[in-house]
Design a protein around this ligand. Sequence first.
Ligand code: GLN
Length: 481
Amino acid sequence: VTNQVSLKALNAFITPPSVEGAFADELREEKVSPGDEGLSQSPIKGKVIAVKDNISTAEQATSCASALLDCYSSPFPATVVQRLKDAGAVVTGSTNMDEFGMGSDSMNSYFGPVKNAISHDLSAGGSSGGSAVAVATGQCHAALGTDTGGSVRLPAAYNGIIGFKPSYGMISRWGVVAYANSLDTVGILAKNTIEVGRVFAMARGYDSHDPTSLSEATRLMIEQKLGDHNSRKEARQTALHFGVPEEYNVQELQPAVRDAWICTLQRLQEAGHSVKPISLPATKIALSAYYVLAPAEASSNLAKYDGARYGRKTNNSRNTGDVLYSTTRGQGFGEEVRRRVLLGAFSLSAGAIDNYFKQAQKVRRLIQLDFNRAFLFQHPLMDSIDEGVSEADKVDFIISPTAQSTPPQLSELQHMDHVSSYSADVLTVPASLAGLPAISVPVSMVEEQASTGTESTPIGMQITGQYGTDSAVLSAAGMLE
Ligand code: GLN
């Protein structure tokens, strides 16, 4: 009972997993009998998978942790949820998050903050903090999150588990509430890469409902171009080349994080892989570009929550028209969401679009080009540009820490201004802007002095690969486990 009470205090769930779901978990081993209607082949049969509260299940509410959608239930499940169910998974429980995915600490939730699985006074990371904590505390086998600028990788790093953001377009977004469409991806959190790989294998696939879902033909073409790369890495026989971007060695990097990075590079070298310094010059402006683009898309996406079409209407019945809209939105959206909507509306406005939105799009392109220059393999969907970088300087993967620090204290966050909290995403947004697969793997724990004595905090390393090399990224991550 004590355990249950303390688990509850972590606030990982908005809708807890159903009792049957939890039982299914316990009974799983006995229930799976060979030849069981074809599903016995499914690697996720009977596995309990929780989903972030911005992914529709049609069985429970999908609130996005917002007062505005508090009681909203989608009439249909997200394609990804349906796919996992079809594969025999028990999809149950909606996890707590930053409202609409906007935040890095899971503090911006209408349902109260999520607490870190390892130490209750630390940040759980965000915005998929509930999913990370649910996995880390063994309340589900795996969880789905969404990653727009780092929201799966950061909480995974802060809670000592794996968080994987696939290439953009691999997993359908149909039924996933949009934050910034061009960046949003569904990601997977679990305790090891094998489990992540199993869920990914069932979750990925073309969906005609999502216009950005990769078609069967494109998937085939990617496999033809990169298949060797993907399977060669799976065999783990070849010496791989890991790039270390000098621009990621930011001044703000905590010494313990830098040490863990160096240690990881040494481990890779000892295992026969090579480590090369690389340069991704546009990194410095990636965060600013992200915080122009993501709010711009968000301001457009969130326009539909007006109390008439979606969302809880203001209860003052005399309000009509514009007043109805503004009162509903003023009351329903939290502070951070209102800030982003205003920022986005501004950067898209006639007077500002040239200086903000368009510039940020150009930066996004530079970031994509930086990555293309670094990788040995060509981007399978982009024309090759000969930029004069010699083969010898190119790499299979890029390796960096996931976050510049260990999880911050919740007490520190209360005094932090919002711009400083945006900087937690500095190492994760570049892969998002380029749509690349990236994963966070826990590599070490550091002992830190806290108000309550010494406590151990986890450090995550991030591996990023060329577009479409998702399997290779997963297997490279497996080498660090
Ligand atoms: N922290 C970032 C933001 O607030 C990333 C969020 C996300 O990936 N959903 O926008």
